[in-house]
Design a protein around this ligand. Sequence first.
Ligand code: F3S
Length: 755
Amino acid sequence: MAFDIDMIKGVYASMGERVDKARELVGKPLTLAEKILYSHLWDGTPTTKFTRGKDYVDFAPDRIACQDATAQMALLQFMQAGKDKVAVPTTVHCDHLIQAKQGAAVDLKHANETSKEVFDFLGSVSNKYGIGFWEPGAGIIHQVVLENYAFPGGMMIGTDSHTVNAGGLGMVAIGVGGADAVDVMAGMAWELKFPKLIGVKLTGKLSGWTAPKDVILKVAEILTVKGGTGAIVEYFGPGATSMSCTGKGTICNMGAEIGATTSTFGYDESMERYLRATDRADVADAANAVKEHLTADPEVYANPELYFDQVIEINLTELMPLLNGPFTPDLATEVGTMTEKAQANDWPLAVEWGLIGSCTNSSYEDLSRASSIAQQALDKKLKTKAEFGINPGSEQVRYTTERDGILEIFEKLDAKIFTNACGPCIGQWGRYEDPKNAPKNSIVHSFNRNFAKRADGNPNTHAFVASPEMTAAIAIAGRLDFNPLTDKLINEDGEEVMLDEPTGWELPPKGFEVKENGYVDPLEDGSGVNVIVAPDSERLQLLEPFVPITPASLQGMKLLIKAFGKCTTDHISMAGPWLRYRGHLDNIANNTLIGAVNAFNQKTNFVKNQLTGEYGGVPDTQREYKKAGIKTIVVGDHNYGEGSSREHAAMQPRHLGVAAVLVKSFARIHETNLKKQGMLALTFANESDYDLIQEDDTFNFLDIDQFAPDKPLTIEVVHGDGSKDTVIANHSYNNAQIAWFNEGSALNLIKKQNA
Ligand code: F3S
């Protein structure tokens, strides 16, 4: 089952009534984003007008997609929910765990050996619980979703921040943490703060060297990496309809780089063409029948400032190709002005690699336009100066581009065709033996992120983000400041030549083709499937249900760490080399809070063990407390747990025996994650009480037996010298969340309700 047309028709069948009701409640014409949000309310037909940026709303997404790195813990948790099948159509995509080094054939084989147990686990869980499984090499999650599952007017969530890519096909598609995905898989609602809305009006038309990528590179420059936070970005105008569907996907994809909740485009002919080309004529027909609901009301685009919280206008005719970077995706430089800027900033001008791919730019159109530049290098006898690496977005794209001779053009330039997977985009690039000591250099790629070390682990690599066609041109020239609009190159015969503007196909003229797309349909009845996790595996570990935290255990608690300043989910559960253990709670718990700064000595991973008086690492110290049967508390500063929605940051402390986290303020998603794992997430009623906490403190929860909504908790803090303070702790638990605490976790409660 590639997609579920009945589900899509069901969404469309109720959309008209829900949109009409929402329009009545809101009292004015609706944007596309509002139409999709209001037609996906958990309670069905809208009855309330929501305030943007304020109200938390329960939604019912149509689909879920998970990638292999995040799916491990999500599915391990789902297995705890006691369900036979996922409640919402779900797919798992194996794309992150494949290193790019020698080329697809060798690299894929290597990944299938080194990550076999993870892939086998994901495959068997998928088979058991009715989840569609995309094997390693089948493609990058977001390209595969666009080709197979995305549909105009739909809502999906995915355990990857670039889930937003599906906005290219008119969805509201949002990246979430594994815990949120598990809730929806288990049949629960998904909560989101009703977003603010940013409108981007695109006038004019792209031409010449300018590509959809340049639109989002420009938007990133305007809004910066934080400018989209808490907002849905809606693109419209003649410039929007003139772009291809996959080009729209590129723009939505990099909405993640401006912090946007998601981005989307109204349904148009480019989407219809893409749906029909990808074998979904029935979805296109169904969408055509409800067209008016799949784009904003006409008044909105006529007077956008009346309906959006912010409006930006970009004239595509005037837009120039951009190179964004290094180290941040919002630092834009127009080609043609790079020389001075690079010299002023000491950016290496020689470019060593040009990489084309990632979920952002790996469509047929992307490869076809970039290949038109590569072909010119062959025709005009130009020797490529930088190396080329290509990651096709899916097996369908790879097969079709191979059939059409596109990959061959790159191969003639000695390009490495890597696996249809993330590869260098997520640091899975075997470029160096010792990246930490690798030399300063520049690379250009068509990916979305270019933070230090992101691609190759080398802190000295200056990565610049550009369109695939500009990446190709710069790789051929081997210079960062090459401007193909004006600059000449010298060919093998010593002649001066110029590169002509790129050309290409939006969609393959002979249609898409694929032999083995790498999709495995789950069994109709998976009850007999055995999910195998080796007991001695270091990468996977079946979860045990968390035991409820009892009032008695909240007496005589010890302080584990008083974190000073910023404490993000990365400080609580680091990424990097620890990615390997994302499916093994006990092993990954060895990184718990190792990035947090101890307020008493300003050191990381160096806390006092009150039982011995000695100092040691946070996880080791915590394991000592656990062995002694003593619960602990973590104290923190403002916005504790900001960053990602990574549920590991809550599960790890819980697993090790931390019972409560008491801070000045929380990042909301982390606060919810702590609640879901059956812990106490508390805030100081008086922020200054943070200063009362000392290194040798013992904590007694005096009234935990009266834990109730809106009733603060009283904590007695006994200091090392025997003196005492009383701290009042606020909380935001409602009755349902208190039930999670009482049962040990939200999943325990779901399981109990299913029993
Ligand atoms: Fe993969 Fe990079 Fe996209 S890691 S999902 S290709 S952002």
